[in-house]
Design a protein around this ligand. Structure first.
Ligand code: MV4
Length: 447
């Protein structure tokens, strides 16, 4: 087992990883930028190293500073968390070249899945359903036109190097396709240094349902059920839940087996997520794979009883995955992302937490690095806390979440708490019949 793990991250996820290490008896090293000196991940780690200035390019994305910090402190493994360098294959390679253990999938697999066009091909090769579309990056606007005519409008153009909603273009008619292809190609070249674009049939009202997968170093792969992530705005998730109100046990088993088949095919190790789109006829299609632990992992933990961060550490150390695939979810879990932002304009709202009272009580979990008088720096993402509840069923989980939101008191900054209360009281949310278009309509109707 590892003696010491360096956490190449900040905020709530750094703290979450420190908690897992403490329970496993592993020493921790926090790294921090000068904007994060007073952050709880620094307070709770056994050791800490300042790695640079506030902008993340000089600190949390600075590979040589991170590796130096690991060498100075004698860490034997690195946990990247999510965001920052978590899906950077080059960083994973450098970590391994320095004889440190990378707590994540092998670098080649990170690189393969980071190319969304190759990921789509890999899914198809594993027998996982994909949407009709191009099977290789498009060579020209004319080729885009041909594929679009073949699959029928609307279509979506996606940057192979994009993902998570970056570098996408929806095209509704043949008149627009050539122009849209050209702009998408140029933008992708500028933004990612790779202009590769592929095309898919566009689903207008899908659900976003993702499966938690896990592989060990001995070829065992399992899935731990799904998370419903359709409640999002501009590709930022707001609320996630498990199980999805849209799945039957049969469909869960079918999608879970597809997710596992894909992972087996690439020799996947550690935690991962397979994202699917589910259409109105409940057909599912592979969308993307994320090769990291995700923000919303706690909802899976609540319904499976498994500590996913501990499991990441254990399988990275070579332990055999001794868990069955497709555990039946127990009860229902919901997570609300509490952001430091104006709930009406979504403008960031960094600053001091004058009051910070977190809810507790039965089935209530708060993952946060916040505390009274902590000052949220303006340099990073706006997540201040994740509020997660668990109860016997969805209806009771919603009631519990509304109670927990009422008992969450934050003063000094704006937060998304009032927005969450309004969403949770919406009849369409309660019915569970929503799609990824839910927030668009909700905000248009100013509920
Ligand atoms: C799609 C789609 C509809 N049809 N692909 C958005 C994020 C990126 N992972 C891919 N995304 C989408 N791909 C096809 N062929 C709709 C989206 C999409 C979406 C997906 C999940 C959650 C929210 C979304 C919001 C808008 C568009």
């Amino acid at each position: 087992m590892f003696k010491k793990i360096l956490i190449a991250n900040r905020g709530e996820i750094a703290l979450r990883i420190i908690q897992a290490c403490r329970e496993l008896g592993i020493q921790t090293v926090a790294v921090y930028s000068t904007a994060d000196r007073d952050s709880l991940h620094v307070t709770y780690a056994d050791e800490d190293v300042c790695i640079g200035p506030p902008p993340s390019t000089g600190s949390y994305l600075n590979i040589s500073s991170l590796i130096s910090a690991a060498e100075i402190t004698g860490a034997d493994a690195i946990h990247p968390g999510y965001g920052f360098l978590a899906e950077n294959a080059h960083f994973a390679e450098v970590v391994e070249e320095c004889k440190l253990t990378w707590i994540g999938p092998r670098p080649e697999v990170i690189r393969l899945m980071g190319d969304k066009a190759k990921a789509r091909e890999t899914a198809a090769a594993a027998g996982v359903p994909i949407l009709p579309g191009s099977r290789e990056p498009l060579a020209s606007a004319a080729e885009a036109e041909q594929f679009a005519a073949e699959v029928g409008y609307p279509v979506i153009l996606k940057a192979a190097a994009g993902g998570g909603g970056r570098g996408m273009r929806i095209v509704h008619s043949p008149e627009e396709i050539a122009g849209q292809f050209q702009t998408a190609h140029e933008e992708a070249q500028r933004a990612f240094g790779d202009g590769s674009i592929y095309l898919e049939k566009y689903l207008t009202e899908p659900r976003h349902i993702e499966f938690q997968v896990f592989g060990d170093k001995h070829g065992n792969v399992i899935h731990l059920g799904e998370r419903e992530c359709s409640i999002q705005r501009r590709h930022q998730k707001l609320i996630e839940e498990s199980p999805s109100p849209a799945l039957t046990p049969e469909l869960r088993a079918e999608m879970g087996e597809a997710a596992v088949a894909l992972c087996r095919n690439v020799g996947y190790e550690n935690a991962g997520t397979i994202e699917f789109l589910l259409d109105a006829d409940r057909r599912f299609y592979f969308m993307e794979m994320n090769t990291r632990i995700q923000v919303e992992h706690p909802v899976t933990e609540m319904v499976t009883g498994i500590d996913l961060v501990k499991l990441q550490i254990l399988v990275a150390a070579g332990q055999v995955l001794g868990l069955p695939s497709g555990l039946k979810p127990r009860g229902h879990a919901i997570e609300c992302r509490i952001n430091a932002e104006n709930p009406d304009t979504f403008a960031p709202s960094p600053g001091p937490l004058k009051t910070f009272h977190v809810p507790g009580g039965p089935g209530t979990r708060v993952d946060t690095h916040g505390y009274e008088d902590y000052v949220i720096p303006p340099h990073y993402d706006s997540l201040v806390a994740k509020l997660i509840v668990h109860d016997r069923n969805r209806e009771q989980a919603i009631a519990r979440m509304l109670r927990a939101l009422d008992f969450f008191v934050v003063e000094g900054i704006h937060t998304s708490i009032p927005l969450h209360k309004r969403i949770l009281r919406d009849p369409g949310f309660a019915a569970g019949t929503f799609s990824t278009r839910f927030m668009e309509r909700f905000l248009r109707e100013r509920k």
